[in-house]
Write a protein that binds this ligand. Structure first.
Ligand code: M6R
Length: 608
């Protein structure tokens, strides 16, 4: 989705803007642009290519104040004329993330006032509205505030004026935006990773905030125009955490970061002798005694994590759990049970559908909300009473990997805490689970050693058009996740089924051209799964079986068995995810697709 960077400094800001945009490339975009003020004139450069092309085109551009943008088209096709920044005359420049819902009405009004439009975007109305207030004598801050009062929709914006070369205005409502505080220089960005090369000190703007930034400092005003102080956070991350390092792709890097990401997420628990509700927030202990069920809301990969959690929560904690796709739940008339704990799961914490589902749940009477999320200060974190931060670090690859396994770790902790509180976990069981969690990072490390063998296996997939993934029980959602990974980055059509469902329809698809991937842990459903796989083999389907030790699967003609190092009990879904991530990655490499930025997809889906 769209990305924003802005800077005011005593040095040329163009390299800062371009480096920031490069850091935001992972979010997905189809055009990019920047504008700087140079000798009280706007200099704008735009491109429908990559940021690298924008960089070449900006070679002769410089200025001490500028804003830049990567655009993921919503209103208007991807083209240079629709790329941001948008200007009003030679005076005002604006970059915008989000959607202005009443832009048509505003456009009609502004056209009648004599403004002409050069793009099909909703953003251009913002530039003209600010222009209309500014040229009537308002300050840039007041002109922006007056404009925001007329907008319906979501926005994060950066604004500058040619005749005001030392000032940058920004605002947010519904889309994330933060300020970066440097030494005598200030920045804005939609995502912290864009600024890590220039500062680690960040101020997260809150809903409705407007900020006025200059070389001498910044002031923040809340939605009512009142001057407010916002905390300056020092990021734990460094610039290297968003560098590719020795890896070929971010996805590969992030797959390999999973042992550390899991260790970080589980740190507080693994260093302790017992499980306490406090890891979900100070109010968790009291809230957990009030609840009688769980409702999980999420999208995509995060939804798959929720599906795994349902098995854990019902089996281990004995608490009823439903899992719903956020984009469906938000529009469904549902019956709220005020004693339900609503759990949202999100890597970004900004997914529009998940956020809307959370607000819908609250509006229908749900009282208890818990976010499991990877981004501190994100909207979903801020709007939930209870929270658990997964500590996966920045996930740059569009295909979610370490975010998923750390979400699973967080959900397992929730299960154990609830189980303990409900008297379903005795001291011995608690210690056993803690032991297994402490061992988890090294168990994942052992699975990663399968990488060369999986890379070899992937060669068989490169010329396939379809694939079927099978799993049972806890591992059915892992089959879904494996299929999602494959389709996202290799563009091979892949579907997942609970293996027992095969003969109720999908078996008709099976022939020699259909690879069938089976997740085969050593659990109570193993023998049932084996029978299902016989059905596939009998129809000529080629099997790729990811089997735990001691499952007695043998490779033979048409049957490729990948031996997993050990069976991890309830944590097995986490281990079984890793080979499927690697499989998708190496198939995509074979096919030469853009692994980190697959076509049509964006990292954070901040629009509906
Ligand atoms: O940031 P979120 O976890 O809320 O994102 C939800 C989905 O958009 C995301 O998981 C998506 O499905 C990924 N591309 C999957 O790899």
């Amino acid at each position: 989705m769209c990305g924003i960077v802005g800077a005011v400094a005593q040095r040329n800001v163009v390299p800062i803007l371009l480096q920031g945009l490069q850091r935001l490339e992972y979010r997905g975009y189809d055009s990019a642009g920047l504008v700087v003020v140079d000798q009280k004139k706007l200099q704008r450069v735009r491109s429908t290519g990559r940021v690298a092309e924008l960089s070449q085109r900006s070679a002769n551009t410089s200025g001490h104040l500028g804003i830049a943008h990567t655009r993921w088209a919503t209103h208007g096709v991807p083209s240079e004329r629709n790329a941001h920044p948008h200007l009003s005359g030679d005076l005002i420049a604006v970059v915008h993330n989000g959607i202005i819902e009443n832009y048509e009405e505003l456009r009609t009004r502004l056209t009648a006032q004599g403004y002409s439009f050069t793009s099909d975007t909703d953003t251009e109305v913002i530039a003209h509205l600010i222009h209309s207030h500014y040229t009537k004598g308002s300050t840039l801050l007041a002109a922006t505030q007056a404009t925001l009062a007329e907008l319906v929709g979501a926005y994060a914006i950066g604004v500058l004026a040619a005749d005001n070369p030392g000032q940058l205005i920004c605002a947010r409502k519904g889309s994330p935006l933060l300020l970066g505080v440097g030494d005598g220089e200030y920045f804005i960005a939609s995502d912290m990773s864009a600024l890590l090369a220039v500062t680690k000190r960040m101020v997260y703007l809150e809903e409705g905030d407007v900020a006025e930034i200059s070389l001498s400092g910044y002031r923040v005003f809340d939605a009512h125009g009142k001057s407010v102080q916002r905390t300056v956070h020092t990021s734990e991350l460094n610039n290297e955490s968003v560098e590719l390092g020795e890896y070929q792709h971010y996805m590969q890097k992030e797959i390999h970061e999973q042992p550390q990401a899991l260790a970080n997420t589980l740190e507080a628990v693994c260093n302790s002798q017992s499980l306490i509700p406090g890891i979900f927030g100070a109010e968790a202990a009291a809230a957990f005694t009030q609840i009688d069920s769980i409702l999980i809301l999420a999208c995509g990969t995060s939804h798959h994590a929720g599906m795994v959690a349902r098995y854990w929560l019902e089996e281990i904690a004995g608490i009823p759990c439903t899992v719903e796709i956020a984009s469906e739940y938000r529009y469904r008339t549902s019956v709220a049970n005020p004693k339900t704990l609503v759990v949202t799961i999100s890597q970004s914490g900004e997914t529009a559908d998940t956020l809307a589902a959370l607000n819908h749940a609250k509006a229908t009477g749900h009282l208890y909300t818990l976010a499991i999320c990877n981004v501190p200060e994100s909207a979903i974190i801020r709007q939930s009473k209870l929270r658990l931060l997964t500590r996966a670090g920045p996930e740059i690859g569009v295909a979610s990997t370490k975010a998923f396994t750390t979400q699973l770790a967080g959900l397992f902790l929730l299960t154990l805490v609830l189980a303990k509180q409900r008297g379903k976990l005795n001291a011995e069981q608690e210690q056993k689970h803690l032991h297994d969690l402490r061992h988890l990072p090294s168990a994942v490390q052992a699975v990663l050693k399968l990488e060369p063998a999986i890379a070899k296996l992937a060669e068989n997939f490169a010329n396939k058009h379809n694939a079927l993934f099978l799993g049972r029980g806890l591992h059915y959602p892992i089959a879904l996740e494996g299929a999602l990974k494959l389709k996202e980055i290799s563009y091979i059509h892949a579907e997942a089924y609970p293996a027992g469902e095969l003969k109720h329809g999908p078996l008709a698809l099976v022939d020699k051209d259909m690879p069938v991937v089976a997740v085969a842990p050593n659990d109570v459903l193993l023998e049932k799964l084996k029978s299902n796989l016989q059905e596939v083999r009998a129809r000529g389907g080629e099997l790729y079986v990811f089997a735990d030790a001691n499952t007695r699967f043998q490779s033979s003609e048409g049957v490729h068995v990948m031996q997993m190092p050990e069976h991890a009990g309830f944590l097995s879904p986490i281990l079984h995810t890793i080979p499927l991530q690697l499989l998708a990655y190496y198939v995509a490499l074979q096919k030469g697709t853009d692994v980190d930025k697959p076509r049509n997809l964006a990292k954070s889906v901040t629009v509906e």
